[in-house]
Design a protein around this ligand. Sequence first.
Ligand SMILES: Cc1cc2nc3c(=O)[nH]c(=O)nc-3n(C[C@H](O)[C@H](O)[C@H](O)COP(=O)(O)OP(=O)(O)OC[C@H]3O[C@@H](n4cnc5c(N)ncnc54)[C@H](O)[C@@H]3O)c2cc1C
Length: 293
Amino acid sequence: FISVGPMIMRNGTEEQKQEILPKVLRGEMNFALGYTEPNAGTDLASMQTRATRDGDEWVINGQKIYTSSAHLATHVWLAARTEPEAPKHRGISTFVLPLNTPGITVRPLWVMGEGRTNETFWEDVRIPADSLIGEENRGWYIVSGALDLERVAIGTYRPLEKTVSDMVAHIKAERPELADDAFARNAVADALMRVEVARALATNNAAMVHSGLIPTMEASMGKIWTTDSRERVNDAFMDLLGRSGGMQAENGDAPLDGALDAAWRGAPVGRFGGGTNDIQRRIIANRGLGLPR
Ligand SMILES: Cc1cc2nc3c(=O)[nH]c(=O)nc-3n(C[C@H](O)[C@H](O)[C@H](O)COP(=O)(O)OP(=O)(O)OC[C@H]3O[C@@H](n4cnc5c(N)ncnc54)[C@H](O)[C@@H]3O)c2cc1C
């Protein structure tokens, strides 16, 4: 919603905007993101999935991996190679197509935090010519903008804020003795400062998006700070709760109803989704601060 819709607003034809955007707003159309391939993760521009023009249609063949939500979404926002002879960043195009199009196979991939993502296989998938969004072979720039917006979404401070407020409520209600513990006081104080910095970064990103800008370095900063903070705060709170911290909700008497355990196991994926945090640091250094690549 936050990454695909705005890129269609910027790059779609009038017909595409009329057709797609109201459905997105009504929640009738949502997207899996089809970027990553087995041999194209960080180096996304090396993607090999091909879209070949055949009369009034595009024919797609290839494989994607980590196509999260492909088993739930109605459509896929797909990046595929349309010009194999061009330099790798200049031969990619973006498409929107229904996930029930014949030729698409979705296979589950279970990952840490009890999450499901997918492998997707594309065999002679035929879609109408007007499924192309934006200019042919200019998709890299559209994907880059969509990834910036995805990072804004990943950088939301809300889950972190909830973890901290839940823990403070738990200490007050169930473990008041921890209020006298310097380690516990430091842990919640540090966590609250992390929430406030995350909120400031997210608010700045929201203001930029609201003014029609696409945050780049700012989106990377928000994503790094928030996802790193989730892991640090969850770790510190696990230490605080001791052996009961890792109890899952099914135990009935798990502290925070097992929410800390779930947050702890779910947090690492934030460092990878939307591009790894290593790469976000590189974006800040190169695109943000102008260091030579
Ligand atoms: C649970 C999950 C859900 C995902 N959902 C989606 C999705 O819905 N759609 C989608 O398209 N993708 C999705 N992804 C893919 C995700 O975006 C990639 O995992 C990520 O871009 C990294 O690619 P990779 O896994 O191939 O790692 P690699 O590119 O192999 O990187 C491995 C490590 O090397 C480091 N590295 C690589 N190159 C460099 C470099 N040049 N400089 C410094 N460090 C480098 C990376 O930072 C990383 O730590 C998902 C991934 C996961 C784990």
